[in-house]
Design a protein. Structure first.
Length: 124
C-alpha cells in the first residue's frame, strides 16, 4: 500500500484528496462481508512476519491510484472446501461496488491472490 498517493477530485468548492489508506479501509470492510474468506495474507514472507506482530487490519490489500483510476490487489486466505473461483469473484464484485459507491471513482482492477487455504476444525 502506498500511503503517500492520493486521488484528487475537483469539487465545486475546491480539491478533494482521497488517500490509498481510505480506499484500503473501504476494501477491507467489503472483504470481511464475503463468504469463504477466513483472513488476509501478505504477498511476501518478510511482511507476513512483521504483520504477525502487529494488528493491522489493512494488511493484504495494496492500492494504486493512477489517472483517477483505482487498482486494488487483495491477498486472502480462503476456507478449505469452498469454490475458490466463486469466492474470488465475489470479492472482486463486492470490493468494486463498495469502493466505487463510496468514492464515485472508477475501479479498473481488483486482483485476487489466494495465498492459502484454512481447514476448519471439523476437517482437521
Amino acid at each position: 500500500m502506498t500511503a503517500n498517493k492520493f486521488a484528487e477530485q475537483k469539487g465545486t468548492l475546491g480539491v478533494i484528496d482521497i488517500s490509498t489508506t481510505a480506499v484500503t479501509t473501504i476494501a477491507s470492510q467489503a472483504i470481511n462481508q464475503c463468504y469463504g474468506v477466513v483472513g488476509m495474507a501478505n504477498k511476501n514472507l518478510a511482511n507476513g512476519i512483521a504483520n504477525l506482530l502487529s494488528r493491522d487490519s489493512k494488511r493484504g490489500i495494496d492500492v494504486t491510484i493512477e489517472n483517477n483510476e483505482i487498482k486494488i490487489d487483495v491477498y486472502v486466505i480462503v476456507e478449505y472446501g469452498v469454490r475458490i473461483r466463486a469466492v474470488a469473484e465475489s470479492i472482486q464484485h463486492t470490493v468494486k461496488f463498495h469502493v466505487e459507491k463510496a468514492l464515485d471513482m472508477t475501479v479498473s482492477e481488483v486482483n485476487i491472490f489466494v495465498q492459502g487455504l484454512r481447514m476448519g476444525k471439523e476437517n482437521s
